[in-house]
Design a protein around this ligand. Structure first.
Ligand SMILES: [Zn+2]
Ligand SMILES: [Zn+2]
Length: 352
């Protein structure tokens, strides 16, 4: 049951079916009609306004998807189910994992490790490239109405995933003096800004990539770019006058990049793996035991990290702004995804 009655003008303006993008595979995007569900108890219906394109979308882009993809959505509540307290008209962002709130990880706040997730939005249920998204109130995070909703998507992967990776590193490394990051995609770019805000501007952040446009963005954001076409990571670190790397963060998901990072991590340092894919080879004695290094995984982020990140975004909006390099209307989704997948941009956001 929805709170709004069927004769309420706001509710009747919501169609029963709506046209949404359909990821057909092999880089083709068509469209299909999707039912627009009315929210049940504890649920909210969101009219999506913006969704940021992510490298993780590549799988669905190449292989096709049985749902509407998109897991970095911001929108406005247009209908509310019973047992909710969010008002229609409230803007906010959608947390990818529809966590249960009561399992052991959730009870400890580790909502990114929920044992009984109801959905992964955009993967198991329709996500943010469609006009509407049905969520639970618990995985919707309201934002102030003056925040541009394309910028609000930065709260998700760009700030959330990177902030969580830094917090994971901090569990081990207490005196962080320098950071190295592989990959200057949206996560690498987000790390440059988040590391400065969370650890201070005196901590240099070295970021490797092979794309000139992304390396240029790294410098613009205050990071130290290393062009792997002309230099190794180790050379780049030395060129920047850095003696030791305390925290290495792999966003690239490549074995070669992880090996380069672990070889460079100082004694008592930590490698945090954020990018999925490929492997890592270790000599346990020399890589881990003797130098007392740690290797950690970091998956998405905890819902309870969002309030701090919202404060950071509001206070440092202009520092994050360059990370969004392109905006497209939803009608140009194929062009937008193709541009993003070329690996030459920062974050590309699709608006509707
Ligand atoms: Zn993502
Ligand atoms: Zn749970």
């Amino acid at each position: 049951m929805s709170r709004l009655g069927p004769n309420d003008p706001a509710q009747s303006a919501i169609p029963d079916v709506a046209t949404a993008p359909r990821f057909l595979g092999e880089g083709l995007i068509g469209s299909w009609e999707r039912n627009v569900a009315r929210p049940h108890s504890g649920e909210l219906l969101i009219a999506v306004r913006a969704n940021a394109i992510c490298g993780t979308d590549r799988q669905q882009y190449l292989n096709g998807a049985g749902v509407v993809p998109g897991h970095e959505a911001a929108g406005i509540v247009v209908a509310t189910g019973e047992n909710t307290s969010t008002a229609s008209g409230t803007p906010g962002v959608v947390f990818l994992m529809d966590f249960c709130g009561s399992c052991r990880p959730c009870a400890a706040g580790a909502t990114n490790q929920c044992l009984a997730k109801r959905a992964d939005m955009g993967f198991t249920h329709d996500g943010g490239y469609g006009p509407y998204e049905l969520v639970h109130e618990t995985n919707f995070f309201p934002v102030p109405p003056d925040l541009d909703l394309a910028e609000a998507t930065l709260l998700l992967d760009v700030m959330g995933t990177t902030g969580h990776a830094i917090e994971r590193a901090r569990l081990v490394a207490k005196d962080i003096q320098a950071i190295a990051v592989s990959g200057a995609g949206p996560l690498g770019l987000g790390l440059v800004v988040m590391a400065r805000l969370l650890l201070g501007s005196s901590v240099p952040v070295v970021v490797t990539d092979v794309q000139p446009a992304r390396l240029e963005l790294v410098s613009r954001l205050g990071g130290r770019p290393v062009d792997l076409r002309t230099s190794t990571l180790a050379q780049g670190v030395r060129t920047n006058g850095i003696d030791e790397i305390d925290v290495a963060i792999d966003t690239a998901g490549k074995k070669a990049s992880r090996q380069a990072l672990i070889n460079l991590v100082a004694k008592r340092g930590v490698l945090v793996c954020v990018g999925h894919g490929e492997s890592l080879e270790l000599e346990v004695s020399s890589d881990l035991i003797s130098p007392e290094r740690a290797i950690l995984g970091s998956e998405y982020f905890r819902f309870d990290e969002l309030p701090r990140n919202l404060e950071l975004l509001r206070a440092h909006r202009s520092e994050f702004a360059p990370i969004i390099t392109d905006r497209f209307g939803i009608a140009n989704l194929p062009e937008a995804v193709s541009l993003f997948m070329s690996g030459t941009t920062g974050k590309v956001v699709v608006e509707q």
